[in-house]
Write a protein that binds this ligand. Sequence first.
Ligand SMILES: Nc1ncnc2c1ncn2[C@@H]1O[C@H](COP(=O)(O)OP(=O)(O)OP(=O)(O)O)[C@@H](O)[C@H]1O
Ligand SMILES: [Mg+2]
Length: 263
Amino acid sequence: MSEVLGFAGVNVVRGRKRLLKDIDWQVNDGERWVVLGPNGAGKTTLMQIAATRMHPTSGLAGVLGEVLGAIDVFELRPRIGLSSAALANHIPGHETVLNVVVTASYGTTGRWREEYEQLDERRAFALLHDWGMSTMMNRTFASLSEGERKRVQIARALMTDPELLLLDEPGAGLDLAGREDLVRRLTELAADEDAPAIVLVTHHLEEVPPGFTHALLLREGGVVAAGPIAETLTEENLSAAFDVPLKVSSDAGRYTAVARVGA
Ligand SMILES: Nc1ncnc2c1ncn2[C@@H]1O[C@H](COP(=O)(O)OP(=O)(O)OP(=O)(O)O)[C@@H](O)[C@H]1O
Ligand SMILES: [Mg+2]
C-alpha cells in the first residue's frame, strides 16, 4: 500500500499562535479518513498543507511521495482534488456549472488544450451526472442551492482524476435531506475501489459516511487520537476532542453524539 500523506512533526505557527502542533499522520492509498474537531482545531490548516497550499513552519509534510518544500507544488496539485469554502469563494458566480468542473483540468492539459477539450467536457458531464447535477450543467454557479453547489464542487475536485481527494466540510449549510444525500453519495464513493484516498473534514459525527476506514481527532492544533475508525471514534476520545462529556452511539456505520445530561 503506498503512502499518500506522511506528516512527521508538522507545526504551523502564525505570530505567537501554533495552528498545528507536532502532527504525525499517515494516509495510505485506499484509506478513507474523517478529520473531526471543534471550530479552530486546525482542520482547514491541515487540509491546506495536504493540498500543498501551505507549507509547515517546521516538520516534514510528505504528499504523494514528495516532500513539501523540495518540489514544485504546481506539479503535485493536479494530483489532488480539493473542495473547500475558500476555493468555492473564488468561483465566479456567472460561470456555468459545466465550466466550473471543466476548468479544473486547465492546469493539467496546458497547450494540448484544444485536442482535449471535448474529452474534458465529456468527463465533466459524466462527473456531473454521477453527482446528480447533469441536468443543471448550463445553469450559473450563483443560481444553485447550497447542496447543489457542494455536489458541483466535489465533481470539480474529481475532474483531474486525483490520487487524493480532500473535502473540507462538504456538508456545511445543507439541510437534513441534503446532508443525507451527501452521506449516501460519499458512502458510494468510499466503496469504489477506483476512488482516490479520501480525507473528509467535519465537526458533525452524523456526517461520517459508513465505510470510512480511519479517523483523526484534532483539538487546539494537536492530535487527540488517530487510527482505525471504530477504535478512534470512542466516547472518551470524542469527549476529549470537543471538551464536553459526550454520549456516542453508532448504528450500521452511522454515528451520533449528544452531550451527557448531568455530566
Ligand atoms: N494567519 C493566521 N494567523 C493567526 N491565526 C490564524 C491564521 N490562520 C488561521 N488562524 C487560526 O488558526 C486556528 C485554526 O484554524 P483552522 O481554520 O485550521 O480551524 P478549523 O479546525 O478548520 O476550524 P473550523 O471548524 O471553524 O473551520 C483558528 O483559531 C484560526 O483563527
Ligand atoms: Mg475549517
